[in-house]
Design a protein around this ligand. Structure first.
Ligand SMILES: C[S@@+](CC[C@H](N)C(=O)[O-])C[C@H]1O[C@@H](n2cnc3c(N)ncnc32)[C@H](O)[C@@H]1O
Length: 212
């Protein structure tokens, strides 16, 4: 599934596809950070954007599915005014359009799987949108191998034709001033069948201190 129309149809078909709780790994990583400016890439129904905004982050949530973003805004409409004021729902194709409101202190990339030929450039674009010291938190399906309609693994396609990610591919896509601080693998959630998810934390280097 890789077009805005397909995602729109999917979001139209159900009430909330992903549910509202943020991913526990994202929560664990962000809870220790002071709030700042965040980019939620492929925000979908906004579970991370909304959670971040309730933690005082100012969030630009981008997605090429307007239906997804509309649902996110509908959910967020129940939040206090101060939380809503920190949320900026922005329709945008990460593979072809520029990221607004840069720079960011944090970029969350959760389960966004552009086609392999577009992926490296999109990841690099997100990395470049970070301020020095800014963090990229990326979660992706690395391997989805036991679902009946799953594909063949790290370089193949998973459920719904999702192209899966590899850690090496991700590192290669990151600009030189990004340092990978942490990589872990975990089981995919049951919705996707058994498989492996990749979780990566990478930080944009701060500029070198000037020698005395
Ligand atoms: C699996 S959903 C994840 C949604 C959200 N990040 C979450 O974890 O709940 C993937 C999202 O990425 C969006 N997406 C996929 N390709 C995109 C692209 N090229 N530009 C912007 N959004 C994209 C889809 O519309 C969809 O909302």
């Amino acid at each position: 599934m890789s077009t805005p129309a397909e995602w729109d149809d999917r979001y139209r078909a159900t009430e909330l596809v992903w549910g509202t709780p943020p991913d526990p790994w994202i929560v664990e990583q962000v809870t220790v950070l002071p709030p700042g400016r965040a980019l939620d890439v492929g925000a979908g129904e906004g579970r991370h954007a909304l959670w971040l905004a309730t933690r005082a982050w100012d969030v630009t949530a981008v997605d090429f599915s307007r239906v997804g973003l509309d649902k996110a805004a509908t959910v967020a409409a129940r939040s206090p005014r101060t939380v809503r004021a920190r949320l900026h729902w922005t329709p945008l194709d990460i593979t072809s359009e520029a990221i607004p409101n840069q720079p960011y202190d944090l970029a969350v990339w959760a389960y966004v799987h552009p086609d392999p030929e577009d992926r490296a450039a999109a990841i690099a674009k997100v990395a470049h949108a970070l301020a020095p010291g800014g963090l990229l938190l990326l979660l992706a399906h690395e391997k989805i191998d036991s679902h009946p309609d799953a594909g063949s693994g790290a370089s193949g396609s998973g459920r719904h034709g999702l192209p899966t990610f590899g850690a090496a591919e991700l590192s290669a896509a990151l600009p030189e001033d990004m340092v990978v601080e942490h990589v872990e693998w975990r089981e995919s959630d049951p919705y996707h069948g058994t498989g492996t998810d990749l979780a990566v934390r990478a930080r944009r280097r701060r500029s070198e201190a000037i020698a005395p």
